[in-house]
Design a protein around this ligand. Structure first.
Ligand code: PGA
Length: 229
């Protein structure tokens, strides 16, 4: 199986012209591209090999929630993945585990694949056994939750150029795996040089890439450097 590579463009680039230029260069990679919301509709109808993801969404289905975007809106734009609980959302928008759990459930209910970002085990949902009632129709056992994907992103490594060592990252991967039987990604200062170590040495199922996903050559090299799992 190919590792899952997810590109988180964050709040970049500034214009649609630049976004289209970047997308054209990476759209045929085996990757998930998560641009800002406003660019999604421009990429959804296009001929591409990559999948589309969103960087966040709201938990309600529709209504008076100014400024928010629902999972269903994303689904209608061919979005398949949604990043949930990124550390920047937790930090700047004060998203709590409770809010993030509501988002997770809404994303799963819509049939999309949430990528839950955590930097400690306590951020994993504790009441996962009780989710069954909420997620009628989404099959999961006690440790396997529908489409859920978890990304381990240590705070010290995000956007700092100081990646976590594969040995330390693998310890966390095993700790997550002991709780949940889901694919686990590593994120935090991943580049074309260190990417394969997290797949080969630390045995992650994929990567969540920020800064390096904005540089087309770097991102293409990164995706191509990965061995199959
Ligand atoms: P980075 O960001 O690759 O720039 O460290 C990763 C992330 O925030 O998802």
């Amino acid at each position: 199986m190919k590792p899952l590579v997810v590109a988180n463009w964050k709040m970049n680039p500034n214009s649609l012209v630049e976004a289209k230029r970047l997308f054209t260069k990476v759209k045929n990679l085996n990757a998930v591209i998560c641009p800002p919301f406003i660019y999604l509709s421009h990429f959804s109808g296009s001929h591409r090999k990559c999948k589309l993801g969103a960087q966040d969404c709201f938990w309600e289905e529709k209504g008076a929630y100014t400024g928010e975007i629902s999972p269903e809106m994303l689904k209608n734009l061919e979005v398949e993945y949604v990043i949930v609980g990124h550390s920047e959302r937790r930090k700047y928008f004060k998203e709590s585990n409770e809010m993030i759990n509501k988002k997770l459930k809404a994303v799963l209910k819509a049939g999309l694949k949430p990528i839950l970002c955590i930097d400690k085990i306590s951020q994993l949902p504790k009441d996962i056994g009780n989710w069954k009632a909420t997620l009628r129709g989404v099959p999961f056992g006690s440790r396997k939750i529908g489409n859920l994907i978890v990304a381990y992103e240590p705070l010290f490594a995000i956007g700092t150029g100081k990646p976590c060592s594969p040995i330390r990252a693998e310890k966390m991967r095993l700790a997550i795996r002991a709780k949940l039987k889901v694919p686990i990604l590593y994120g935090g200062s991943v580049d074309s040089q260190n990417a394969k170590d997290y797949i080969k040495k630390a045995k992650f199922n994929g990567l969540l890439v920020g800064g390096a996903s904005l540089k087309p050559k770097e991102f293409i090299d990164l995706v191509r450097s990965l061995p199959p799992r």
